[in-house]
Design a protein. Structure first.
Ligand code: PLP
Length: 457
């Protein structure tokens, strides 16, 4: 933070903000009363606000700034591409150099069944693309009645009409209902909530069984696909038992159901692997990506299209009437190429797998001795803990806080006040730090979390 900070009139900015800017997922009366925090600069894992306060960003922005803030090589790559060719689309038999190179690189980095990439501007648009692709696939396969997509409660798959329907967020469905028909939801593999009386492994099989039960209820000949995040992120960092995903794969194989892995959070090293699917031992037919592909420097998303789907769409499909102005945007693709070069050259994915990820696991688990913490776990560089009123012998015997006590939000407030961003999902406190975080910085972060837990007590 040696850099001299520009001075901002925070009050004036906050006034303009609440007068004119409608924020995503925000209660504007509450925002107007408190005033938004104005972020102005970032370097590594730290942010600075308009008051000059330094903040440790435990969330990588919105789970996306994997290589950390302030990477001038990305801004230079973006600048060069803007100077050379700021825009050209890939419609009507045209293409551009960064998009071609990025598609080839993503195929190289992804599991072997992937040889094609469809680019979008965001993760939500990636999931819209999935929905259209799987339904189109089954039409082309001569099974037009195979249209239903099975997802999970509390899943987050985006905010577009299809994304919010695929997602399982009750709060989103409550405002206007499910806009896209033919999508159903099963339970999430949340051991703390639903695993009473079972070992984690037994619970993993039981939770996967909900998929089989739903397929049998609907009839396999009606089911197009199952979609899930390898580790549910916005739902509260729900890390499934080791038995869950292999059983999901077995069920999808048995009934011919396509498997979509939404890796918008889990991709690009977040779990200590290029893709979470590899870690979970699944072979998805489609992978949604966004966020970490550019570390959020420029918006970019897309779908890795596995051979099973791509071969049919390409050989039998003719025109696929779908695409976005910004599909394969050259500037976004240039940012992604440089971001991936950094991930590779600095061996950040290996570092999370072998060194800092295991260290975070050990340090984060140590928080479980705190009187407020009922359960703490992590996977790579995502982690979450449950705040409880009273601890029990096993996690299911812990006494929960009442929702109206809003303990998660109280704890989040202390974190913010103490220069650390940690998100609250109900009573679950979660982090997803930049992959560049060092062991010393992990210690700093754990110290801050402990301090704020003490304050919340
Ligand atoms: N899928 C998952 C798993 C996500 O976490 C998100 C965003 O948080 C999305 C999809 C939507 O991505 P976007 O916000 O880029 O549309």
């Amino acid at each position: 933070g040696a850099q001299q900070q520009e001075l901002y009139d925070t009050r004036a900015l906050q006034k303009l903000d609440s007068a004119h800017y409608m924020h995503p997922f925000t209660d504007h009366q509450e925002l107007a009363a408190k005033g938004a925090r104005v972020m102005v600069r970032g370097e590594g894992i730290y942010l600075w606000d308009s008051e000059g306060k330094k903040i440790l960003d435990g969330m990588s922005g919105l789970w996306c700034v994997n290589v950390g803030y302030g990477r001038t090589s990305i801004s230079e790559a973006v600048y060069r591409q803007m100077e050379t060719l700021p825009f050209y689309n890939s419609f009507f038999n045209t293409t551009n150099v960064p998009a071609v190179r990025l598609a080839a690189l993503l195929v190289e980095l992804s599991p072997p069944q992937f040889n094609h990439v469809f680019f979008t501007g965001s993760g939500s648009e990636g999931n819209d693309t999935n929905l259209r692709m799987v339904r189109r696939y089954w039409e082309l396969m001569g099974c037009p009645e195979r249209q239903t997509i099975i997802s999970r409660h509390n899943a987050y798959h985006g905010s577009t009409v299809a994304g919010s329907s695929l997602g399982g967020m009750g709060g989103m469905h409550a405002q206007g209902g499910l806009p896209v028909p033919g999508i159903v939801h099963i339970g999430q593999p949340n051991y703390v909530e639903a695993g009473r009386g079972m070992t984690e492994d037994q619970f993993g099989l039981a939770a996967a069984g909900w998929l089989e039960a739903k397929i049998l209820e609907l009839g396999a000949d009606k089911v197009a696909a199952f979609i899930g995040e390898p580790v549910q992120g916005a739902g509260g960092v729900i890390i499934p038992p080791a038995t869950y995903w292999p059983e999901i794969q077995r069920i999808c194989d048995q009934y011919g159901v396509l498997l979509i892995a939404d890796e918008v959070i889990c991709g690009f090293g977040r779990l200590g692997a290029w893709f979470g699917s590899e870690l979970m031992g699944i072979r998805p037919d489609l992978i949604t990506f966004a966020k970490g592909v550019t570390s959020g420097y420029v918006p970019l998303g897309g779908v890795l299209v596995g051979d099973r789907v791509a071969d049919v769409l390409i050989e039998k499909g003719g025109d696929f009437n779908h695409g976005f102005t910004y599909s394969g945007h050259p500037v976004a693709c240039a940012a992604a190429l440089e971001n991936i070069r950094i991930l590779l050259d600095e061996r950040l994915v290996e570092q999370v797998a072998q060194s800092t990820g295991p260290y975070l696991k050990e340090r984060f688990a140590s928080l479980a001795d705190h009187p407020l913490v009922g359960y703490a776990d992590s996977c790579g560089f995502v982690a979450g803990l449950n705040l409880v009123r009273k601890k029990g012998a096993v996690v299911h015997d812990c006494e929960a806080f009442k929702p109206e006590q809003g303990v998660g939000m109280i704890c989040r407030g202390y974190m913010f006040g103490n220069g650390m961003i940690m998100r609250a999902v109900g009573d679950r406190m979660i982090i997803a730090p930049p992959l560049v975080m060092t062991k010393a910085q992990i210690d700093e972060m754990i110290g801050k979390i402990r301090f704020c837990l003490d304050a919340t007590l």
